[in-house]
Design a protein around this ligand. Structure first.
Ligand code: FES
Length: 129
């Protein structure tokens, strides 16, 4: 094998891998990503809530509830209307109850909820997003 033919084969092999990469990415299952932990340093009084960039944490009667702020339609960040206790999407006006239940609009699905645990020192929460 000459050096020229070896280089040619190597370039063809690299080109084949680059062309196949999107197909391999489509076929392979989505990799598991461990949840990210967001620490809330203090407990909320019952009935109150805390608005974070990625979720709203509610201190409900049954315990803490973290509702995602990512709209299930096309992924816009929903706003929380404190007076009506509803999420409203600014993009296409989907509406959701405070607990993430779908009310109206093009979204059709509830807002996801995140797992909430008590922090290690017991003084706050850890939200797994
Ligand atoms: S992105 Fe929220 S309703 Fe369309």
């Amino acid at each position: 094998m000459t050096r020229r033919s070896w280089i040619k084969k190597m370039l063809m092999a690299i080109a084949a891998v680059l062309c196949a990469w999107p197909v391999i990415g489509f076929i392979m299952p989505v990799r598991y990503r461990p949840p990210r932990k967001v620490l809330i340093r203090e407990k909320l009084p019952k009935g109150s809530f805390l608005i974070e960039p990625e979720f709203v944490l509610f201190a409900s009667e049954t315990g803490p509830v973290a509702v995602s702020r990512t709209c299930t339609h096309l992924g816009c960040t929903v706003s929380f209307d404190e007076t009506r206790k509803q999420f409203i999407c600014p993009c296409h006006q989907s509406m959701f109850h405070w607990n993430g239940k779908y009310i109206s609009g093009p979204a059709q699905k509830d807002l996801p909820r995140f797992e909430v645990k008590t922090s290690e020192d017991g003084k706050g929460y850890v939200v797994l997003i």
